[in-house]
Design a protein around this ligand. Structure first.
Ligand code: AMP
Length: 239
């Protein structure tokens, strides 16, 4: 059993395949997949004040305010299942969140170890978002490459109903891509300056992308041990 600690941030535009890849990687490395979008959707389903607040931003494709999002992530990272690491999907989404994440990890002497970046062209992103179906019960995602079964989800005996996420509608999609380019894409430079970025083509078949991801995170671990841990102070210098 691998006792290595993995602090993985997955970067990529909306529809780049982060969710699909994160689920596979989490199962291989036996660490949790933490999607802030899923956490907000689950809060919304349960009708919590956090979910109700997040909905107004999600419906417009805008970011939920940083203090709310960072508080939610801090609480999640403090759960016992994160003791060996985690894969963050959809967080951080701007430089302020990335710095807040560094500070949260520094409290326990940890730092991000690798940042795979899934690159997919805008045209392909839009096409994927327009063909995306999500399972209401288990969150599985279907699209043109993995078409949805006609009778519902059927993933690992799930029987959930498939639906189109409201924020996958055309106008919201375009805004999500705009928000990504303006606020999230600068994180590529933020993490590249620390030598943590590994760019992977997200337009390859799912299993090829996964192999590249595994290589990227294991390479990140070797790099981290040979150069010492990246520190939040180093991150500040990088920006
Ligand atoms: P996702 O499922 O990652 O595409 O996220 C869906 C929506 O949830 C986003 O469009 C935002 O409104 C909100 N959201 C998810 N993650 C974050 C984050 N890190 N910061 C702010 N808002 C977020």
């Amino acid at each position: 059993m691998n006792s290595q600690w993995y602090g993985i941030v997955l970067l990529g535009g909306p529809g780049s395949g982060k969710g699909t890849q994160a689920v596979l990687l989490a199962s291989t490395l036996n660490i949790p997949h933490i999607s802030t979008g899923d956490l907000f959707r689950s809060n919304l389903k349960q009708g919590t004040p956090l979910g109700i607040l997040a909905k107004s931003y999600m419906d417009r494709g805008e970011l939920v305010p940083d203090e709310v999002t960072v508080g939610m992530v801090r609480e999640r990272l403090n759960q016992p299942d994160c003791a060996r690491g985690f894969i963050l999907d959809g967080f951080p989404r701007n430089v302020a969140q990335a710095k807040a994440l560094d500070a949260v990890l520094a409290e326990t002497g940890k730092a991000i170890s690798s940042v795979p970046y899934l690159h997919v062209s805008d045209a392909v992103l839009l096409e994927r978002l327009s063909n995306r179906w999500t399972c209401r019960a288990c969150g599985a995602v279907f699209n043109k490459v993995t078409p949805p079964p006609r009778e519902g989800c059927k993933k690992e005996k799930c029987d959930g109903e498939l639906y189109r996420r409201p924020d996958d509608e055309p106008e919201t999609q375009k805004n999500r891509i705009r928000v990504y380019e303006k606020q999230t894409a600068p994180l590529i430079i933020f993490y590249a300056k620390r030598g943590l970025i590994n760019e992977i083509s997200g337009e390859q078949p799912v299993e090829h992308v996964q192999l590249d991801m595994l290589r990227a995170v294991n390479l990140g671990m070797q790099d981290a041990s040979s150069r010492g841990k990246a520190t939040p102070a180093a991150a500040d210098e990088a920006c």
